[in-house]
Design a protein around this ligand. Structure first.
Ligand SMILES: NC(=O)c1ccc[n+]([C@@H]2O[C@H](COP(=O)([O-])OP(=O)(O)OC[C@H]3O[C@@H](n4cnc5c(N)ncnc54)[C@H](OP(=O)(O)O)[C@@H]3O)[C@@H](O)[C@H]2O)c1
Length: 395
């Protein structure tokens, strides 16, 4: 875990010139008014007129479908506004957004963010920093769009002994794999996802599995109450998947999904993101198009499955606005994850190895970082066309 930034938490955060904001202001400062931010603005303007105090964007002259006249161009001014109590970060990325979140926390303001990159990589110490300044940090929208999984893990399941958590956490790749199942080539399916707004112009974070890995790190941190598993996350994307791979699965009643799972394995946690064949009737196969599925297996709660819109402006905005209202009513203050550190290692999973002639499913589970070596072990059978995990629930 990173050390707290001295400059922010020693002098600024405790400065008598900056008392806790809880007793003085109620306003919301919105940073960013793009896909998610505009959904948040429309929703709050309709349900809580007067609550939004300022909205910062990169280009205030850009036309937007939001009834707001005076967009600000300096997001730091919005954070510093004494009338702003809740800072809603909808810019994204680890540069400016991180600086703004740090500044808000240093000033004791409540922060709501949809930024999974930031929370996955720095969430634990940001939450610890917030606890020191009297601020709070909420991030329901960072995982699963409209699916209330962060709140479920933090609230209803706070005392649950979780055995496994994960599922299909990236809508873009799910859309692409579904389209390939319907007959499209990878490049055409990705282009269609971009045309429909399900994939960004630069889709690497999605197709390479980074986005799913970040979401899994957040879920695993909450579920296993440890800082994060992200450094140990084995990750494979869908870039090398061909239509032949999809077809080979369909012939066996299997569907290809980008699966992201963390689970207990003895004293360790196994975690990984990988395209995997999933039985057609498995909960992970339920995700359609850009939907997400999150499954929690716990000793007490048994099997819980959450599914729904994993992204999109309005769906994500509903989670952001719920966090804003929770912040204003001071409900559900999130704390830093501080549980015992568990050893993390790559997910182990059986493989379907396809050769020019025929294929085989390995009887043993193979570590995600040893798949190619395992496939080479079948050298006598000819050229390996592809090697893709086959999802099996732990017995
Ligand atoms: N899109 C989704 O479905 C989704 C789902 C879950 C989570 N998220 C997360 O939500 C966050 C926002 O995503 P998004 O899709 O809404 O992004 P987006 O559509 O690209 O919007 C980004 C916003 O940030 C503003 N911005 C950029 N630089 C700025 C600056 N220097 N000062 C002030 N504002 C600035 C942009 O202003 P302009 O409008 O003037 O360019 C824009 O309004 C990201 O962390 C993303 O990972 C998104």
């Amino acid at each position: 875990m990173q050390a707290l930034p001295r400059v922010l938490c020693s002098s600024e955060a405790s400065s008598p010139a900056m008392p806790p904001t809880t007793t003085r202001a109620q306003g919301v400062g919105l940073l960013g008014c793009g896909t998610v931010g505009s959904g948040v603005a429309r929703r709050l303007l309709a349900s809580h007129p007067g609550l939004i105090r300022a909205i910062a964007v990169r280009d205030p002259r850009k036309p937007r479908d939001v009834a707001w006249d005076d967009f600000a161009s300096d997001a730091f001014d919005v954070v510093d506004d004494p009338g702003v109590r809740v800072v809603v970060e909808c810019i994204g990325g680890l540069g400016l957004a991180r600086e703004l979140v740090l500044r808000a926390i240093a000033r004791g303001k409540d922060v709501v963010t949809a930024n999974k990159d930031l929370i996955a990589t720095e969430g634990p110490w940001l939450a610890a920093f917030a606890a020191r300044t009297g601020a709070s940090l909420r991030y329901e929208a960072a995982v699963g769009g409209a699916i209330p999984i962060v709140r479920a893990l933090h609230g209803s399941l706070a005392n649950e002994d979780v055995i496994e958590i994960g599922g299909v956490l990236n809508g873009t790749t799910n859309f692409v794999l579904d389209a390939m199942e319907a007959g499209a080539e990878y490049a055409d399916a990705l282009a269609e996802a971009q045309r429909l707004g399900f994939a960004e112009a630069d889709p690497r974070s999605d197709v390479d599995g980074h986005d799913a890995a970040h979401k899994l790190a957040i879920l695993a941190g909450l579920a296993f109450r440890r800082p994060s598993v992200s450094p140990a996350l084995a990750r494979r994307g869908i870039g090398a998947i061909s239509r032949d791979d999809v077809r080979a699965g369909a012939e066996r009643g299997l569907r290809l999904k980008l699966v992201a799972v963390a689970r207990r394995a003895g004293d360790a946690i196994e975690a990984g993101v990988t395209p995997a064949y999933v039985a057609d009737d498995h909960p992970f196969a339920r995700a359609r198009g850009a939907e997400n599925v999150v499954r929690v297996l716990g000793r007490g709660c048994g099997t819980l499955v959450f599914s729904g819109a994993g992204a999109g402006g309005d769906a994500t905005a509903s989670s952001v606005v719920a966090d804003v209202l929770a912040a204003l009513s001071e409900r559900e203050r999130l704390v830093a994850f501080n549980g015992a550190d568990l050893v993390a290692r790559p997910l182990r999973i059986p493989l379907l190895v396809r050769f020019a002639e025929g294929s085989v499913i390995t009887s043993d589970a193979v570590s995600l970082d040893a798949m190619e070596a395992a496939a080479r072990g079948f050298g006598g059978r000819g050229v390996v066309r592809s090697v893709i995990p086959v999802w099996r629930d732990a017995a």
